[in-house]
Design a protein around this ligand. Sequence first.
Ligand code: NAP
Length: 334
Amino acid sequence: MKTINWGILGAARVNQRLLPAIECNQHSKILMLASRRNGAAEECIQQYTKNPEGIKTTTHFDDVIDHPEINAIYIPLANEEHTEVALQAIAQKKHVLIEKPMALTKQEVQSITQAAKDNNVIAMEGFMYVFHPQFDFVLDFINAGKLGKVQYAHSMFSFPIQPARYYRINRSMKDGGGALWDIGPYAIHTLRHVMRGHIKQVNASAKMNSHQADMSTSGILEFTDQRRATFDISFECTRRSEFEIFGDQGRIKCHTVWQHENDEAVITYELDGSAPIIEKIQKGNHFDLEINHFVECIFNNQESTKLSMHDAIQQAATMQAIYKSIHNNQWVHV
Ligand SMILES: NC(=O)c1ccc[n+]([C@@H]2O[C@H](COP(=O)([O-])OP(=O)(O)OC[C@H]3O[C@@H](n4cnc5c(N)ncnc54)[C@H](OP(=O)(O)O)[C@@H]3O)[C@@H](O)[C@H]2O)c1
């Protein structure tokens, strides 16, 4: 396979970042974009692609899913819609890049995993941030033992939700609405990846709006070795996308996870009483790097090592437990 022909399901806002990344990949070509809303697909490709002329549009998802020349499908649909279309696409032997959260339950992610295995295709959850060089820097720092033993981490993600995005909070958490499903995946994923180990149980509390969507949620992850991590996410606070890790010999902080490609990333750390050290990391476009990685996985016929399906299952199990904890107001085993 020399070229990966892409189909896109949904005229979503995030296409603004992903479509240029796909166009940038030397082995990729966007063949078709589907939107159920008349005119939205055309508008999307005009707005977000450099070469809209070669891209077909349709209002039927099946035109993309059944297209014989399309090998890979990007799924930026609303969170609760991912599983059904992913399974349809996989059944047609398409590789699928599914936006985070891949699904709302562990069982759904397991079904996607099994289907991908059965059909010999690659499925990956779209956590672009793991591809930024700053995240490699943090992981290398931990792996080199510079913090000593990692004991605790805290992550904070928020932005004040704008009226144009109110549809994200006009439906209940049960139906995929609210901050937990939207920005929560980053908070939990970063903690899981920097803390390592197994999460035993979680406890979380949320401030709900009248639609039973969470506006703000805070929580604790307790690992089997009793280490803890905490998170705080909100649609009501100023923009933050950061996490800090504490070992018994030092601390390190990533200041902006949602790093813009033109901005130099900054990581700060302190080691056992040293003055704070500022590390400037090379710029990087994590969306471009994510697509390059996914295409490489397809060419190598090998699941992602950075974002494996095992990781996606653990992620969904943790998210599901947090959701349950919010509603039952108690610790929930993962
Ligand atoms: N990786 C990242 O950086 C990142 C960033 C943001 C979001 N995300 C994830 O990407 C997915 C999509 O998020 P998003 O914020 O881009 O979604 P969005 O703009 O709300 O679009 C989601 C879907 O809803 C439909 N839609 C879009 N605008 C609509 C409107 N005005 N009225 C009715 N339906 C509309 C579209 O399907 P149709 O075109 O078929 O109607 C679209 O695919 C989510 O899973 C989210 O968690 C990832």
